[in-house]
Write a protein that binds this ligand. Structure first.
Ligand code: URA
Length: 213
C-alpha cells in the first residue's frame, strides 16, 4: 500500500488571499466543505488526472474534486463510460462513486476567487502536487486538464515549461518515463462553445488509459 502524501491542513495559511476567501465562505456557507479539497481515488492508481482548482459551489462545497462542478459532469460521465469509475455520480461526495485505476487531484487545493489562482498560489500549492505524484508508486500517466494543470505538473516534476508545449491531445514523455497527456479543461466555457466535445474528451481519455500500459 502506498504511503499517504503530505496534505495541506484545513486552515492552510500558505496563500493569504485564498485563506481570506475561505474565511468569508465559511461565514456565508457554514454547511460547505470550505477547506483544501483532498484528492480522490487510490494512490495505487496508474493514472492521475489533474484539474485546476475547486469551483466555489462545486468541489469547495462538496469536498471532492470536480463534484458538483459543471466540469465534473463530462469528467465523471466519461470515467463511468470507459470503466474508470463504478457506481453513480450524483454530484455529492457521499454518492458512493468509486474510481478504478485513476485518481483525481487539483493543481490548487483551495477555491480561488473567480476560478483564477495567481502564479504565486499555484507555486505555493506545488509541493502538494509533487508529493501526490511521488506517493503513487504505480503512476504511469498523467492527464492534465488545461494548460495551468499542464504547467503545474511540469514544474512539480522539475521539467522546464518550454520543453513540452500544451496542446489538446498531445502526449509527452517526461524524463522519468511517465506519459503526460493534455486536454482542454472540461469547463463550461470550453464545452458550451464546442472547443471541447464529448467525443474529443472521450478520445483523449482513451489515450490516457492506453498510456498506463
Ligand atoms: N472542479 C475541480 O475540482 N477542478 C477543476 O479544475 C474544476 C472544477
Amino acid at each position: 500500500m502506498a504511503a499517504a502524501p503530505a496534505e495541506p491542513g484545513r486552515d492552510c495559511p500558505l496563500c493569504p488571499r485564498l485563506a481570506a476567501f475561505r474565511a468569508d465562505n465559511r461565514a456565508k456557507f457554514p454547511d460547505w466543505h470550505n477547506a483544501p479539497v483532498p484528492s480522490f481515488g487510490s494512490l495505487d492508481a496508474r493514472l492521475l488526472i489533474v484539474g485546476l482548482g475547486p469551483g466555489l459551489r462545486g468541489a469547495n462545497a462538496s469536498g471532492r474534486p470536480f463534484t458538483g462542478d459543471w466540469a465534473g459532469d463530462l469528467l465523471y460521465g466519461t470515467l463511468l463510460e470507459l470503466g474508470l469509475a463504478r457506481g453513480t455520480y450524483a454530484e455529492r461526495a457521499d454518492d458512493g462513486l468509486e474510481l478504478i485505476g485513476c485518481r483525481i487531484t487539483n493543481a490548487v487545493r483551495c477555491v480561488p476567487p473567480a476560478n483564477r489562482p495567481t502564479p504565486a498560489e499555484i507555486a505555493a500549492c506545488r509541493p502538494f502536487l509533487a508529493a501526490e505524484m511521488a506517493s503513487m508508486p504505480g503512476l504511469r500517466a498523467i492527464l492534465a486538464l488545461g494548460s495551468i494543470a499542464h504547467d503545474a505538473v511540469l514544474k512539480a516534476r522539475g521539467v522546464r515549461k518550454s520543453v513540452f508545449a500544451f496542446a489538446h491531445g498531445a502526449r509527452h514523455r517526461l524524463p522519468d518515463g511517465i506519459a503526460l497527456i493534455d486536454t482542454y479543461h472540461t469547463s463550461r466555457l470550453n464545452t458550451n462553445t464546442g472547443r471541447l466535445t464529448d467525443a474529443m474528451f472521450r478520445a483523449v481519455m482513451r489515450e490516457a488509459i492506453e498510456a498506463t500500459g
